[in-house]
Design a binder for this molecule. Structure first.
Ligand SMILES: NC(=O)c1ccc[n+]([C@@H]2O[C@H](COP(=O)([O-])OP(=O)(O)OC[C@H]3O[C@@H](n4cnc5c(N)ncnc54)[C@H](OP(=O)(O)O)[C@@H]3O)[C@@H](O)[C@H]2O)c1
Length: 330
């Protein structure tokens, strides 16, 4: 079996995480890394024992030995980096949020189709064993009809107008970076998109949403109460309340543990499965599987869902009047 050859664009936090995951897998090779700076690429390559390194994203995207590229740059760079790879007929796993807005997502989907190449959003949470177990409990009716979902994702980060989290030039703000997780999680568990969306935000010192609350209303009146913040440490758990019971998921976006209770909070069942590596191996395995099977998208993170989530976030931002610099006048 030929090993699938991966390249990574970017050398930051998440690039390191996927590098660790990829080198733990047998059926693929981390074959190249690219940075805007050749010195940083070399350092990253030495750290993870990667054969090739490049001082520009363009060079890696043209390397004929690379099958799939992981785009691990700040949000505002996703569109251009992914486009570069798709035009060079490379499959792409692109970090979340897939792009800054749905218009950019639509363009990338069109390009992937035109070039007949695989494209997937790196929504790793959907592949975690604990996420799959929670969905299985719901499908089996273990908590009866779902009534309500609560999920928050927020950290306190010292205000730094230049950081990825606060800088509007880099797509800063809580919704695109963190809020995307609870929104995606609710739609993933319910296998549907909301009928109505309500929200409010605190637009902070650098003009991005430092914190927000989003309420989604689904079919049958199911409500999801979801918050995210870059300037407040919100609760870390998700709670799914049904007519017959409750599921609580610790650190839901990176879960290894979930608990099933009856409505009296008596523990019925507990699931706990530590990651084999660091949690990113599951999405990488999915990409490898899809490429081996000649699929152009993953049935578990379909491009249509990625686009729907981007549209939901566009609508939310529009209601707050939050427009990123590159979007002005478009
Ligand atoms: N799935 C997850 O769990 C997860 C976790 C964290 C982040 N993310 C996503 O991954 C992306 C990257 O986040 P990160 O935390 O890895 O960020 P980071 O640590 O700041 O790294 C981003 C990398 O992108 C490259 N880059 C290209 N243009 C840049 C620019 N204008 N400013 C700064 N860096 C630039 C840099 O590498 P070179 O200069 O070497 O090219 C940098 O090291 C974001 O979109 C984020 O939403 C996902």
């Amino acid at each position: 079996m030929k090993k699938i050859r991966w390249g990574i664009l970017g050398t930051g936090f998440i690039a390191s995480k996927l590098a660790e995951a990829l080198i733990s897998l047998d059926d693929c090779t981390l074959a190249a890394v690219a940075s805007r700076d050749a010195g940083r690429a070399k350092e990253f390559a030495e750290k993870y024992n990667i054969e090739k390194y490049y001082g520009s994203y363009g060079e890696l995207s043209e390397d004929p030995d690379i099958d799939v590229v992981y785009v691990a740059v700040p949000h505002t760079g996703h569109k251009d980096a992914t486009e570069l790879c798709l035009r060079n007929r490379k499959a792409v796993l692109c970090e979340k949020p897939f792009t800054i807005n749905s218009r950019e997502t639509e363009e990338l989907i069109r390009l992937a189709k035109e070039n007949n190449v695989f494209l997937m959003e790196a929504m790793w949470t959907k592949f975690l064993p604990a996420s799959l177990q929670v969905k299985k409990w719901i499908k089996e009716g273990r908590i009866g009809k779902v009534r309500h979902i609560k999920a928050n994702f927020g950290f306190y980060n010292e205000f730094d107008p230049d950081s990825r989290l606060y800088n509007p030039e880099l797509g800063g703000g809580a919704l695109l970076d963190l809020g995307i997780y609870p929104i995606t999680y609710a739609t993933f568990l319910l296998d549907s998109m909301p009928e109505r969306v309500y929200s409010c935000a605190e637009i902070g010192r650098s003009g991005v949403d430092e914190q927000n609350v989003v309420i989604l209303q689904f079919r049958d009146g199911i409500l999801a109460d979801l918050s995210s913040a870059v300037s407040a440490a919100l609760g870390r758990d998700a709670l799914i309340a049904g007519e017959k019971g409750i599921i609580v998921v610790d650190w839901f976006w990176m879960a290894t543990r979930a608990r099933l209770y009856d409505n009296g909070y008596n523990l019925i069942e507990e699931f706990h499965e530590p990651f084999r590596t660091n949690g990113y191996e599951y999405e990488a395995e999915e990409v490898n599987r899809c490429l081996r099977e000649g699929l152009l998208e993953s049935p578990h993170v379909p491009l249509e869902d990625t686009l729907s989530i981007m549209k939901i976030m566009d609508g939310i931002r529009s209601s707050w009047g939050l427009v990123y610099p590159g979007e002005q006048g478009k």
